[in-house]
Design a binder for this molecule. Structure first.
Ligand SMILES: *Cc1c(COP(=O)(O)O)cnc(C)c1O
Length: 499
């Protein structure tokens, strides 16, 4: 059985009846079948559920309704900018000329897509203040790897082979140290300063002739703008190292801060966090990387080039021998890049600035409303997200961040990101985004206040939450270690369930 609303209903397998179907597929005829080698033919039909078309539609619509989505409610997950995705970007990505283009089409037949990719590179270079951009990487983490491989190629090209370390602050996303290791470097973790920012003195002490790069997330995963960035970047360059920026939080600073102008040598942009694309299901993303002068020769190939006559083409094999090579098949996640282009063109420069201003305003408003209800460890103004904590609630009532998050589901909200960043006890990382109304933010703050009151009055209610969801509190460790993703009949195959 499965769930529909709050009722148990048969699964699609249990609804199956032999011979029932939604479409009649014509028999291919013996002339066709004769041409298929006998050992390639099935001896029996596939064991698929046999249901009518409405039953099939209901199956998928019902499944979709078991999901919580930004199209159904507020989604304050931090570190993800799980924003509303304008529907026009979906329309653009589905246009036949983009969606149906064959990846091996010759340049002459792909001029529109090549132009879009070229213009998107220009737009991202402008937004990030970098000299050039590659659109190849498939996600932020892949962009990090691309950037750090270029850093490695840069040092090698100068015969500087002693640089084996990458410095990463302890508040960084786990992909940063993972990237450094994958590129063959040793990660040196640098503790944060008490105000949540990077500890410039600790960085200075760790910088030296062995440092290849530092990776800085700005704004940080705590939702804070790095106040001492310029000092830090000067020290990095004095030491002969390069500075990489994790740009996952670019949503907060568009039009206000350009990593290239600040002195970063490379930055990745998670376009699926900042420029549209629904990425909640872990679906396709894109992680373009912008670079400064020093890393330009090493950009992955093939790049999109514009000829003097205005036509576009891809670089030829071996045309730029300094390139680190291909990071991904074809031109990257083109569908995601079309959405990013549509988003940027629809909003324009002033629109993007407004996005950042609204996102920062919404986060500071909600932070203020939750101050006093939860702990808010960092007092200074936040960027597009902020950290709250249930540490003192736990000390008072035994109710933890996990309980609060589960209870939020009963109130109709997706929980925020919890237990990240690791540097804050009982952390909740809350990111309201620019697309939510004042009323939604107020209602969310009210729900939090009610849950905190419940923690004192009826802690059992919270320990057992959620109460109103299709499934109750799950054993997340077992779910991750032994995922059970396939329906299997309990008694033999295709055992129909009496309706
Ligand atoms: C999301 C995120 C990443 C990883 O990006 P993906 O696109 O998920 O690979 C890296 N750093 C930070 C700070 C992030 O929020």
């Amino acid at each position: 059985m499965t769930v529909s609303g709050n009722r148990l209903v048969p699964t699609i397998f249990e609804r199956s009846r032999p011979g029932r179907g939604g479409a009649k597929v014509p028999h291919p005829g013996n002339a066709v079948l004769d041409r298929i080698p006998a050992d390639q033919l099935r001896s029996e039909g596939p064991r698929l559920p046999e249901v009518s078309e409405p039953e099939l539609v209901r199956h998928y619509v019902n499944l979709s309704q078991l999901n919580y989505a930004v199209d159904t409610g507020f989604y304050p997950l931090g570190s993800c900018t799980m924003k509303y995705n304008p529907k026009i970007d979906e329309w653009a990505a589905r246009l036949d000329g983009f969606a149906s283009l064959h990846p091996l089409a010759p340049d002459e037949l792909a001029q529109g897509t090549l132009q879009l990719l070229w213009e998107l590179e220009q737009a991202l270079a402008e937004i990030s203040g970098m000299k050039a951009v590659t659109l190849q990487p498939a996600a932020g983490a892949h962009g990090e790897l691309t950037g750090i491989l270029m850093v490695r190629a840069y040092h090698r090209s100068r015969g500087d082979l002693e640089r084996t370390e990458v410095l990463v602050p302890d508040s960084a996303h786990g992909t940063n140290p993972a990237t450094a290791s994958m590129a063959g470097f040793k990660t040196v973790s640098i503790p944060s300063a008490p105000d949540g920012g990077v500890d410039v003195e600790a960085f200075r002490a760790a910088l030296g002739p062995r440092t290849a790069a530092v990776m800085i997330t700005n704004p940080s995963t705590l939702g804070l703008f790095e106040a001492r960035l310029c000092e830090l970047l000067d020290a990095v360059h004095e030491a002969g190292a390069l500075a990489y920026m994790d740009g996952a939080n670019l949503n907060a600073v568009m039009g206000r801060f350009k990593p290239g102008e600040a002195g970063f040598d490379a930055v990745h942009i998670n376009v699926h966090k900042t420029f549209s694309t629904p990425h909640g299901g872990g679906g396709p993303g894109a992680g373009p990387v912008g670079v400064g002068e020093r890393l330009m020769p090493f950009l992955p190939g093939p790049r999109v080039l514009r000829e003097p006559d205005g036509r576009f083409r891809l670089e030829r094999e071996g045309e730029r021998p300094t390139s680190i090579g291909r990071m991904r098949a074809f031109a990257g996640s083109t569908g995601v890049l079309v959405r990013a282009y549509a988003y940027i063109r629809a909003l324009g420069g002033s629109g993007l600035c407004e996005v950042s201003e609204e996102a920062v305003l919404a986060a500071n408003y909600l932070k203020k409303k939750l101050t006093g209800i939860l702990d808010v460890p960092f007092e200074r103004a936040c960027m597009h997200e902020f950290v709250a904590s249930a540490a003192s609630l736990k000390a008072r009532t035994g109710i933890r961040t996990l309980d609060v998050a589960k209870r939020l589901i009963d109130y109709g909200y997706h929980p925020p990101t919890i237990y990240f960043p690791l540097t804050v006890e009982e952390a909740m990382l809350i990111e309201p985004t620019e697309s939510e109304s004042l009323e939604t933010l107020d209602a969310f703050a009210d729900a939090m206040a009610r849950i905190v009151a419940e923690a004192a009055d009826d802690p059992e209610l919270l320990h057992a939450a959620p109460h109103d969801s299709p499934v109750r509190r799950l054993d997340e460790t077992t779910a991750a270690r032994q995922p059970n993703l396939r329906w299997q009949a309990m008694t033999g195959a295709q055992n129909p369930c009496p309706d």
